[in-house]
Design a protein around this ligand. Structure first.
Ligand SMILES: N[C@@H](CCC[C@H](N)C(=O)O)C(=O)O
Length: 285
């Protein structure tokens, strides 16, 4: 099979995008395809696969598959790339439009000329804080804010936020000491999170900046995570480390994202989206 693709990234969080407005893929191939294209030796090399598809409830739809072939429900960096692609490729004519995800619909606005969209703002909607909707085990209606969390003998405290996908946020005094590789994969698969979880370590720099590192469910350490950056700002605000309504600069390994948790409850994300290669992937399953 010859599959036309575009490789794009948001701050180094890279995905192989297949445009299902122009090409079709069978449902039972998607998980294998995600694993194959993501492999840097046998495929193209990426953090996963994103499908851009026609939607009945929005102008365009997005599905995200992680590197291990599991399907996620949302992807902040992917959304900015989908918005750039949809506008540049003339799937959409207006600069502001809705995108369907399995974690809910969002609204994106592209900035720049059709030939070159360099920034995208996304209204990511309201964070979900009830434990059962993260989902996380325990008293279902309660919020998980600075809750004691013991793992591998380490006593930590967790704040859990869903941005359509689950995030467990941990604050550290110094990012260099964050146990990203040691505890990231263990927490991500811990049974307290029945669907797994994206794991973020956050260091507060000042009232307007956070340092951020992530272990993504299904993909491992990545350069950036857009939904994770949103969850981090929500978690920092809930822990009284930040004020609502202020744009916060989140410093990720691959660059900066600008996140606002507005007092009407909605989370806004602004940042870059970039295209690196387009081509054809030859795949024999
Ligand atoms: N990189 C993404 C999130 C991708 C999905 C995630 N690994 C999950 O399984 O929930 C982002 O930018 O938000």
């Amino acid at each position: 099979m010859n599959i036309p693709f575009t490789k794009m990234h948001g701050l180094g969080n890279s995905y192989i995008f297949v445009d299902l407005f122009k090409f079709s893929l069978a449902e039972d191939t998607l998980s294998d395809l995600a694993q194959t294209v993501s492999d840097q030796n046998f495929g193209i090399g990426s953090d996963g696969l994103i499908l851009i598809h026609p939607s009945e409830v929005a102008e365009v739809g997005m599905r995200i598959f992680n590197k291990d072939g599991s399907e996620g429900k949302n992807c902040g960096n992917g959304l900015r790339c989908v918005a750039k692609y949809a506008y540049e490729e003339e799937l959409i004519n207006q600069k502001k439009f809705a995108i369907e995800t399995k974690g809910g619909n969002v609204t994106a606005e592209v900035h720049g000329d059709r030939a070159c969209i360099d920034q995208v703002t996304v209204d990511m909607g309201e964070p979900i804080l009830e434990r059962s909707r993260i989902p996380m085990q325990g008293d279902h209606a309660s919020k998980v804010v600075a809750e004691p969390f013991e793992i591998e003998g380490e006593k930590m405290s967790v704040t859990a936020v869903s941005m359509g996908n689950p995030h467990a946020v941990f604050f550290v005094d110094q990012m260099d000491n964050a146990p990203l590789y040691e505890l990231g994969p263990i927490i991500s698969n811990d049974k307290r999170f029945p669907e797994g979880v994206n794991v973020e370590f956050i260091e507060k720099v000042n009232d307007e900046e956070l340092h951020f590192r992530v272990w993504e469910r299904g993909s491992g350490v990545t350069q950036a995570c857009g939904t994770g950056a949103c969850a981090a700002v929500v978690a920092a605000t809930l822990n009284q480390a930040l004020n609502q309504d202020k744009e916060i600069t989140v410093h990720l390994a691959g660059g900066d994202l600008y996140i606002t948790w507005a007092s009407d409850g909605r989370v806004w994300m602004r940042g870059k989206a970039e295209t690196t290669i387009a081509g054809t992937f030859y795949w024999e399953r």
